[in-house]
Design a protein around this ligand. Structure first.
Ligand code: ZN
Length: 142
């Protein structure tokens, strides 16, 4: 097989897995997990956007774009459900729900421009905690 044919078949292989429905849905879930502009919940309005007392961030800045997390669709259990479906369809294995989250594998089925959203969403939803520089999955309410 020529190098060109190799490249083409590799790309095709990647494209095929990335077009699986749960993978596509997880990417659009990530794209829609944040709304434009700063958070306008009552707590943020009262504090004029000062998040210093917050356990989880409400407003984020991704590549110069100010966005807010959509609480209604991004509880830890929501994020986990969307992630589990995409993970299963991409890796053909169940996502472990304890231990260190394999971010590198997740990035392999998430569009590059959405990578910046992964860790902030996982942290803000309570899905993971940073422990010794690793993203450790937290138990989620069903
Ligand atoms: Zn807020």
């Amino acid at each position: 097989m020529s190098l060109q044919e190799n490249l083409t078949s590799d790309l095709f292989e990647v494209d095929k897995r990335l077009s699986l429905k749960p993978v596509v849905e997880f990417n659009s879930y990530l794209a829609n997990a944040f709304g434009e502009g700063a958070c306008s919940c009552s707590r943020c309005q009262q504090g004029a956007g000062d998040e210093s007392g917050y356990a989880y961030a409400h407003t984020f800045n991704f590549n110069g774009l100010t966005v807010n997390r959509r609480f209604a669709t991004t509880a830890g259990s929501d994020v986990l459900m969307a992630l589990k479906k995409a993970w299963l369809s991409y890796t053909k294995a169940e996502l472990g729900t304890a231990g260190v989250l394999d971010l590198a594998t997740i990035k392999s089925f998430v569009e590059t421009q959405l990578h910046v959203r992964l860790v902030p969403l996982f942290l803000a939803s309570g899905l993971v905690k940073e422990i010794d520089g690793e993203w450790v999955l937290q138990p989620q309410a069903a």
